[in-house]
Structure formats: C-alpha cells, structure tokens
Design a protein around this ligand. Structure first.
Ligand code: SAH
Length: 350
C-alpha cells in the first residue's frame, strides 16, 4: 500500500502514471482532495472516475492518525495525543490567539520525531529517549487533524495560521522528511502554507541548518538556552557538540529573506542561566547575528530545575534593555492540561 500522504505532487503524478496509467492533471485533483478537502476515503474523490477510484483504493491509502485523546485547556489550548500506523504515539497542540481584529487564529505545534535523540536535561521529551523519525506524511497528518478539528477548509480564510516545529523531536535530525513535509506544505494546491507561516525550531544541527537555509521554506528559531559554551554543555550536552562559536558562524551565514530575523529561544532556569550577567552575555550573542529573542519561563517537569521568580525574570529583561534588546517573554498556555508536546509548553503567539 502506498500512503498518498507521503508523495509530493510531482511524485504523485509519476506514481499515478506508473501504477494506474493516469494523466498528470489527476495528481492535482487528488492532491486537493487530500490536503484541501481533507478526505480520508478515496471513494469521496467525486471528480475522479469510479474505475480510477477503485484501482486507487486497491493500491493506496490515506492513513490519518487515530486520535487517542483530546485535552482542552480553559484558555482554549488543545492537545491531541495521536497514534500512528505502527502504534507509536505523538502529541500535537493547537494554540489560539486573537489577531488585531479580535478574531481567533490558531497556531499548531508539530512533532517531527517519536521521542528525541538530543536528551536535553530540562526537556521531558529528551529525557524519555528516542524511538524513531516521523515520515513526511506522518508529520503532515498532524496538520490534517488540526484543520479538520477547526473546520478549516477555506483556503482563502485560513483559521490555522501558523505552524511551529516545537513539538516532540529535533526536526533537523530528521531533515529529509522535514524538508519534504515543508515542500508539500508550500504547494499551493495542497496546504498552501507560505514559508512566513512556518517556524522550524532547532537546537542547532550543522548539516541540517545548511539544508534548511538552502530550502528557504520556513523561518528559523534556535534553542540557545545558555549564553556560553560551558553552560550549554552542561544543560544540553548533545546539542553543544556543535560548539557555540561554530553555531553562531553558521547562523551568520544563514540565508535570510527580506526583513527576516533568526529567533533565539532562551529558557530561563532558576539559578542556572537567569542572572543579569548572563543576560549581558546573551545580549551580545543575539546582537552578533542580528537576531530576535524569546524568553521562555521554564515549565517545571520532573527534572532538577525550577522556574525563576517573576522579579528575577524582570531583572533579566532589564539587563537586556541596557543593550537595547527587547525580548518577548512567552506566556505559558494550557497549564491546566499540562499542555504540550511531551511537556513542552504551548507558549507561542502570533
Ligand atoms: N528540538 C527542537 C524543537 C522542540 S522543543 C529545539 O530544540 O528547538 C521546542 C522548545 O521547547 C525548545 O526551545 C525547547 O528547549 C523548549 N523546551 C523543552 N522543555 C521545556 C520545558 N520544560 N519548558 C519550557 N520549554 C521547554
């Protein structure tokens, strides 16, 4: 069985020609059924001949994940536990935000791996180990679930606005499938997400950064979390195998679009990386790549860390201000449902 969710439009056209002797334009129609009309059943593709639908159904499938549970927070944040074809389970989260006109727009937090190989010391997913990469189709099937749940089927008025790869896994350790998913996301006959509506978050993988930059299919966020190599080695030892100097060099040559900036994420851990002097170090780093900065208040998990107090966070911000650096402090959402991917906090706004 061929999963139709694993093929980009060109591959689908070739596959249809090879397997069913179909013409190219069929691929565009079928693609729209899959990604815009959200059909899960080949029989529903009503502009495809009955004969073709029957043949297609013998050779191909549309494997949506099974929803195991949905948890909804008081603030609207909605977490899904999904089960994939082989029984592996993964989380995805929908996060609401009001736009300037007061309408609700959603951001979806996507997973890219089952577990994560990076084993960052503060991260629940990292501490739970690594099972396997997700395929491009599995990555994208999360978006199908999200759009279906939101009733988001009008391409001219998308309700699901932004996608962030901040769920389970290190996306750049699964580069091939990630890039394929981004390509299918960008297809105007498919999900039609422009690169400006997608953010890939990474702890910094050298090869992956080069490939992601060359593809130009998303924004980039980098999980920094420490203002120097020594501390980074302590709290995210595997990520720190790419030395900070070298990471910053990669980022300085990272291709950016017009008015685009790299975003740094900095997770504040009490008495570990939250001192004003560390803020000074951090400001220099952020300025050195003309980046933006998001501060994330640690969402306590079972690990050895604690969140800093609000006063401590403010002192940190003040130290940044002295370098003319204004950070966005990410508001935690969905606290009452323990929101988010393997305990990653749903904290993303538009
Ligand atoms: N592996 C990628 C993306 C997944 S994690 C990356 O490292 O960027 C998304 C973000 O959540 C990262 O910045 C990660 O460090 C952060 N995170 C992990 N555990 C967290 C916690 N307990 N509280 C808040 N943020 C956390």
């Amino acid at each position: 069985m061929q999963s139709l969710l694993e093929l980009n439009q060109t591959e689908l056209a070739l596959w249809l020609a090879r397997e069913l002797g179909e013409k190219r334009f069929r691929a565009q129609q079928i693609f729209q059924w899959l990604w815009q009309k959200l059909v899960r059943d080949i029989a529903q593709m009503s502009n495809v001949s009955l004969r073709t639908r029957e043949l297609l159904a013998q050779k191909a499938s549309i494997p949506w994940p099974r929803i195991v549970t949905i948890q909804k927070s008081q603030d609207g944040t909605t977490k899904f536990l999904l089960e994939l074809g082989d029984g592996a389970r993964v989380e995805t989260v929908l996060i609401p935000a009001e736009d300037h006109a007061g309408r609700i727009r959603w951001t979806q937090c996507l997973s890219s791996q089952i577990g994560c190989p990076m084993a960052c010391t503060f991260c629940a997913t990292g501490q739970s180990g690594f099972t396997r990469n997700m395929t491009a189709g599995e990555i994208l099937s999360q978006v199908l679930i999200g759009r279906d749940y939101l009733g988001d089927t009008r391409p001219d008025h998308p309700i699901l606005r932004n996608l962030v790869f901040m769920g389970m896994g290190e996306p750049l350790m699964n580069c091939q499938e990630l890039l394929k998913a981004l390509e299918i996301l960008n297809d105007p006959h498919g999900l039609a997400f422009s690169p400006r509506r997608i953010t890939v978050s990474t702890c910094g993988i050298k090869d992956g950064l080069a490939k992601l930059g060359a593809a130009g299919l998303s924004y980039l966020a980098v999980s920094l979390h420490a203002p120097n190599q020594a501390l980074r080695e302590k709290i995210m030892p595997r990520a720190a195998r790419l030395p900070l100097d070298e990471l910053l060099r990669c980022l300085r040559s990272y291709p950016l679009k017009n008015r685009e900036h790299i975003t740094f994420e900095y997770l504040l851990l009490r008495d570990v990386n939250d001192s004003p002097s560390q803020a000074h170090e951090l400001a220099k780093i952020v300025h050195s790549v003309h980046g933006k900065l998001n501060l994330i208040v640690y969402n306590a998990t079972n690990g050895p860390y604690q969140a800093p107090s609000p006063e401590r966070v403010l002192d940190f911000e003040k130290a940044l201000w002295s370098h003319h650096l204004t950070a966005i402090v990410r508001q935690s959402k969905g606290q009452d449902i323990d929101a988010a991917c393997g305990q990653l906090k749903a904290r993303f706004e538009n």
